[in-house]
Design a protein around this ligand. Structure first.
Ligand SMILES: CC(C)(COP(=O)(O)OP(=O)(O)OC[C@H]1O[C@@H](n2cnc3c(N)ncnc32)[C@H](O)[C@@H]1OP(=O)(O)O)[C@@H](O)C(=O)NCCC(=O)NCCS
Length: 152
């Protein structure tokens, strides 16, 4: 049975092994890791400013969503949304984003945004079906301030 629940520290390995191989998460192919380093992910799982839900099918993690909520700005950024290929297009992503958006709203969040590669039709349509609108296209710029985020 598919359930959506808040992620726990014990889910870090499963989230990490799914997240580290997702082409849509690449933001800088040369310099920067494509997914959260494991210790950062563990930190996020116990942090008040991060909201993480997982989809679990018979106790196996098959999808997740990670959002950063800035209480001062009442704004959330959906950092990651992922459903395993063999579970796609059966409503799992929708369950995850609905749970995420209702949780953010209950925390006082008034605005939500996310970034998707401009050529990812599935992701764009997915977010549109969740009520998000397309905005401007920006160039990602980044810099690692520790070795943690540097691509090996
Ligand atoms: C984007 C993603 C999370 C969608 O998950 P999913 O479980 O397949 O989505 P759902 O089955 O819940 O579909 C929800 C809605 O999105 C639409 N959608 C999902 N995949 C789609 C696709 N490939 N093409 C067109 N629409 C799609 C569905 O039609 C549905 O719309 P509806 O509610 O109006 O009928 C999944 O494809 C994924 O993990 N992709 C790789 C990672 C990624 O791109 N992440 C987001 C950007 S970084």
């Amino acid at each position: 049975m598919m359930i959506i629940r808040e992620a726990k520290v014990g889910d870090a390995d499963a989230i990490y092994s799914l997240g580290r191989q997702v082409p849509e998460f690449v933001v800088n192919g040369d310099d920067t890791v494509t997914f959260w380093p494991k210790d950062i992910l563990e930190n996020a799982l116990t942090s008040d400013d991060t909201v993480i839900f997982i989809a679990s099918d018979q106790d196996k993690v098959v999808g997740f969503t990670i959002a950063a909520y800035n209480q001062g700005l009442k704004k959330a950024t959906i950092e990651n949304m992922y459903v395993a290929p063999d579970h796609r297009q059966s409503g799992v992503g929708k369950l995850l984003i609905e749970r995420l958006l209702s949780t953010l709203a209950s925390k006082g969040c008034e605005y939500v945004a996310t970034l998707v590669p401009p050529n990812t039709d599935a992701a764009i349509r997915f977010y549109q079906s969740a009520g998000l609108s397309k905005g401007e296209t920006f160039l990602w710029m980044d810099r690692s301030l520790s070795d943690n985020f540097k691509r090996a």
